[in-house]
Each structure stands twice: as structure tokens, then as C-alpha cells.
Design a protein around this ligand. Structure first.
Ligand code: PLP
Length: 388
């Protein structure tokens, strides 16, 4: 990219670069260690040993038994397996419903729609203005006719953190399987299957420095589950298909680093997020910071700037070499305000003006200072564009 601008990547919630340690750990599996883990000869045994070790390492990061860890192709697949796989296993036993929230990633929402298409019932919990699930709706909807309740741990648009351990305990008291989309949570909050009662947890490699195209699903022993894919007996039949050994090793390596660095990472990101937020609010006081009144993971800062639209502001930022993302989906030219902000009751014009800045391993104090300094000028430009 020919540019003299200092580039600032503030889109870590979308994806992260592959860490050098991860790349290095994966390399031998593109060379001499190319075997198929199902083969019985020495190449196969070598690949099997690497896969088993990767599973054990990832299990340790999750407080899980190795047989509770299933490698998948991504967070989306892990979420689909959880919602659809559990419902298929349980719906005929008097549990026709699935419960989730209106602020989930589409990987969960679309899986719940699929359940409805297959004859199930889809129920959505209510969230408050900060995007936190309300106790009243949880008590009303999570009943003994529910197969699975899925509540995301950290929201990808606002960073809001749900009290997953407490919600999981309440669901399980009603005999309901509890799934959480932990894609944005892992490496930020403490995740420990030994002390936290979730049954299913989805993670994704590319949010923590592993490549795109690898994820994992934690499945607590004894959780009713029907596989979505059919074929071989890999991964105990839960996820047939020849395993991606290199990526499994990469994910285990990234997960170990994420767990080891978690607290320090949180503190560093929180300091920079707070600094950025304070600079923005000081200079553009009418900016709205979403979910500000709730617990937030420190890597996501979601703001709406009245009098702009997200596209104009993102373009102005991009022209300065600053990469952020919108809080809204652009479908065939028309901008639909984010379903997350809409569910939180944010006014449509404000929801359409949302941008997400997400910090991570590439973020430095200088980046925050640069964005904070340029922000008022870029807002003025975006406002002029919006009214032109
Ligand atoms: N869930 C959340 C909260 C996410 O942020 C994402 C990705 O953005 C996903 C699920 C999907 O993960 P993947 O890209 O690995 O399919």
C-alpha cells in the first residue's frame, strides 16, 4: 500500500493478524509433518500426536477435558452446531424452544431462525438500553420447554459483557442447556469450564491471533448434541472431516498466549480505550458512547456522532489511514441500522451514525493520540458530507 500516512488499525473485533509464534508453530505441518491424523502409519501417527496435543493444550486454556473440545472451521460453525445440534437432540423430548437475545451475532440469530424453519420455536430475550439481558425476560422465557438458551458473553458491536456464569446457572436450574458465543470474550474475560457452568462455548481463532478458518466448540460431557455434518468419525463423530492439524496447532498456540497475557492485555486496552473515549467526548461532547453504563470489554468502543452517518465518518477516517468499522450493515446499497443498537432502543438516526473502534495487539498509545486528535476535524467533514 503506497502511503506515507501512519496507518492505524482499529478493527481488531473484525479480525487480528496472525501472531509470529502461531505462524511458526504451524509451519512444520505445511512441510514434513503433512500426514492425515486418521492414517495408521508414521506420518499419520505424527499428525495424530500433534492434534491430540493441540486439543489438550486448548482444553487446559478452557478448564476443560480434552474430549470436551471440538475443533471447527470458525466461530459461526461452533455457534450453529450449538444451537441447531442441541435443539435437534432435544426438541422431541418436550423442549421445542430455543431462547437467545436480539443482540447476538448473526451466527446465532440465523441458527435460531433455522430451528424455527425446522418446526421449533424461537424466543428472544429483552435487553435494556445498555444491551444487558433483563432478569424479568430471562425468568419469563427460559422455561422447562427450552432445549437451549444462547447468550453471547461479549457483544461484538458494543463490548457489553453479560454475566454468563450467573445466567448459565439459572438456565441449568431449569434443566436448560446453556450456550455462549465466546468469540469476543475469550482472551478478555476469565473463561473456565471447571468453575463456570456453561455447557457449550464457541471460540474463533482469528480474533486472537490465529488464522481465519479455525474455531472450537467446548461441549460439556453429557450435553445432548446431534452433529450437523455426516461422514467420518473424526472428533468423536461430532464434527466429521479430516482435521486441519496445522490450524488446530495454531489455535492452541494462540489460545495459550491469550490466556497468559489476558490480564495485562485487558489493563493495556482499557487504559487506551478510556483515553480515546475521553478525548472524543472532550472535543465532540454530543457523541453518544453505547453501553457506557454497563460492564464493557475494553477492546470495543462504539460511538455515534449525531449529524453524521457511519459511512461518511468511516470514509473520512479511512482517508487518514484509520481503519474502523460501522455499526450497521450495508445491504445492496441501503444502510440498515445495526440490529444490536436497534434492540437497545437507540434512535435509528443515531444507530445509523455508529462506528466501532476496536483495539488489540497492534494498538499503541500513539494510535489513540492520533485518532483522538483528528476526530473533531473528521467529524466536521462527515457532518458537512451528510448535509451536502
Ligand atoms: N460471534 C461473534 C461475537 C463474532 O464477533 C464473530 C465474528 O465477527 C463470530 C461469531 C463469527 O466468527 P467467525 O468469523 O470465526 O465465523
Amino acid at each position: 500500500m503506497a502511503t506515507t500516512l501512519p496507518l492505524v488499525y482499529l478493527d481488531h473485533a473484525a479480525t487480528t493478524p496472525v501472531r509470529a509464534e502461531v505462524f511458526e508453530a504451524m509451519a512444520p505441518f505445511y512441510g514434513p509433518k503433512f500426514g492425515n491424523p486418521s492414517s495408521t502409519h508414521r506420518w499419520g501417527r505424527e499428525a495424530r500426536a500433534a492434534l491430540d496435543t493441540a486439543r489438550e493444550r486448548l482444553a487446559r486454556c478452557l478448564g476443560a477435558h480434552p474430549d470436551e473440545v471440538c475443533f471447527t472451521s470458525c466461530g459461526t460453525e461452533s455457534d450453529n452446531m450449538s444451537v441447531i445440534g442441541t435443539w435437534r437432540a432435544l426438541h422431541a423430548q418436550g423442549r421445542p424452544a430455543v431462547v437467545t437475545t436480539p443482540i447476538e451475532h448473526k451466527a446465532v440469530l440465523a441458527a435460531a431462525h433455522q430451528v424455527a424453519k425446522e418446526g421449533g420455536e424461537e424466543r428472544l430475550l429483552e435487553v435494556d438500553r445498555n444491551g444487558v439481558v433483563t432478569d424479568a425476560s430471562f425468568d419469563a422465557l427460559v422455561r422447562d420447554d427450552v432445549a437451549v438458551c444462547s447468550v453471547m458473553w461479549v457483544n461484538n458491536e458494543t463490548g457489553v459483557v453479560q454475566n454468563v456464569p450467573a445466567l448459565a446457572a439459572r438456565a441449568k436450574a431449569r434443566g436448560v442447556v446453556f450456550h455462549t458465543d465466546g468469540v469476543q470474550a475469550f482472551g478478555k474475560v476469565v473463561v473456565d469450564a471447571q468453575t463456570q457452568p456453561f455447557d457449550l462455548l464457541a471460540i474463533s481463532g482469528h480474533k486472537i491471533g490465529a488464522p481465519k478458518g479455525i474455531g472450537a466448540l467446548y461441549i460439556r460431557r453429557g450435553t445432548p448434541f446431534e452433529p450437523l455434518l455426516h461422514g467420518g468419525s473424526q472428533d468423536r463423530g461430532r464434527r466429521p472431516g479430516t482435521e486441519n492439524v496445522a490450524y488446530a496447532v495454531g489455535l492452541a498456540t494462540a489460545a495459550e498466549l491469550a490466556v497468559a497475557e489476558r490480564e495485562e492485555h485487558w489493563t493495556r486496552l482499557e487504559r487506551m480505550r478510556d483515553e480515546l473515549e475521553a478525548m472524543i467526548l472532550a472535543q465532540v461532547p454530543d457523541v453518544v458512547v453505547h453501553s457506557r453504563g454497563a460492564d464493557r470489554a475494553p477492546h470495543v468502543l462504539s460511538v455515534s456522532v449525531p449529524g453524521t452517518d457511519s459511512e461518511s465518518l468511516l470514509m473520512a477516517l479511512d482517508l487518514q489511514g484509520i481503519a474502523c468499522s460501522g455499526g450497521s450493515a450495508c445491504q445492496s446499497g441501503s444502510v440498515t441500522p445495526s440490529h444490536v443498537l436497534t434492540a437497545m432502543g437507540v434512535d435509528p438516526a443515531l444507530a445509523g451514525a455508529a462506528i466501532r473502534m476496536s483495539l488489540g495487539m497492534l494498538t499503541r498509545e500513539d494510535d489513540v493520540a492520533r485518532v483522538g486528535e483528528l476526530f473533531p476535524r473528521l467529524v466536521a467533514k462527515a457532518r458537512a458530507l451528510a448535509t451536502a
